[in-house]
Design a protein around this ligand. Structure first.
Ligand code: SF4
Ligand code: SF4
Length: 196
């Protein structure tokens, strides 16, 4: 599954220090790979040992010998490129958009992550909410990006993708208070939660 177009230009991501790096080995932000994505990653040279559950799991990360923290084993710190870019998982393709449960876990939300410096700048802010104490709900994106976000949300709720996400509910993360909410995904919620 390939999400097009990519919201952040590739040349911007190549200069950025945020994605593909993690503060802890057990970071909750490590990308989740489905069974198919694990197979594709392995066929593109990633050691199967980085996947603890071949039916779907977050990838195990490695120490960053060039700095602090940890790296995705698919990330090449010298070229700053993903070694499996054409088959990177949906979780990576989605970012800096986010699919997450509401705080009460009663519906699925779609939003954007102001930890992405590109989107943060587009919103006119200098600091992400966790550094500025600003309420994330007060951050806004330009209309063109909002339209792009709604287009991605629409694709996520297309019949084919709803089936895919229903089979891989781990792609919906726990609530992240810093993420700026764009909309509720009612069809996806209905597909994931049994009727009351
Ligand atoms: S944080 Fe944003 S700009 Fe940086 S690599 Fe990720 S998507 Fe690209
Ligand atoms: S799979 Fe590629 S894009 Fe995703 S975290 Fe790893 S290096 Fe980054």
């Amino acid at each position: 599954m390939i999400l097009e177009p990519q919201v952040v230009p590739s040349e911007v991501c190549c200069r950025c220090e945020v994605c593909c790096r993690f503060p802890e080995a057990g970071s909750l932000l490590r990308p989740y790979f489905t069974d198919v994505e694990i197979g594709q990653a392995i066929s593109h040279g990633i050691d199967p040992a980085y996947f603890t559950n071949r039916s779907g799991c977050q990838i195990s990360v490695i120490s960053d010998h060039t700095g602090d923290g940890y790296l995705c084993p698919a990330f090449d710190p010298e070229t700053r490129h993903c070694r499996i870019y054409p088959v990177r998982p949906l979780d990576c393709q989605l970012y800096p958009f986010a699919l997450m449960w509401s705080d009460a876990e009663d519906y699925v939300l779609f939003g954007w992550d102001p930890k992405c410096p590109f989107l943060l700048v587009q919103s006119g802010e200098d600091l992400p909410p966790f550094l500025s104490d600003k309420d994330p709900s007060r951050l806004t994106l330009p209309d063109s990006l909002v339209q792009q976000a709604h287009s991605v949300a629409g694709m996520l709720e297309s019949k084919k993708t709803l089936e895919y996400l229903s089979t891989h509910p781990r792609l919906i993360t726990a609530f992240q208070p810093d993420v700026v909410i764009i909309k509720r995904l009612n069809r996806l919620t209905a597909a994931l939660l049994p009727p009351q």
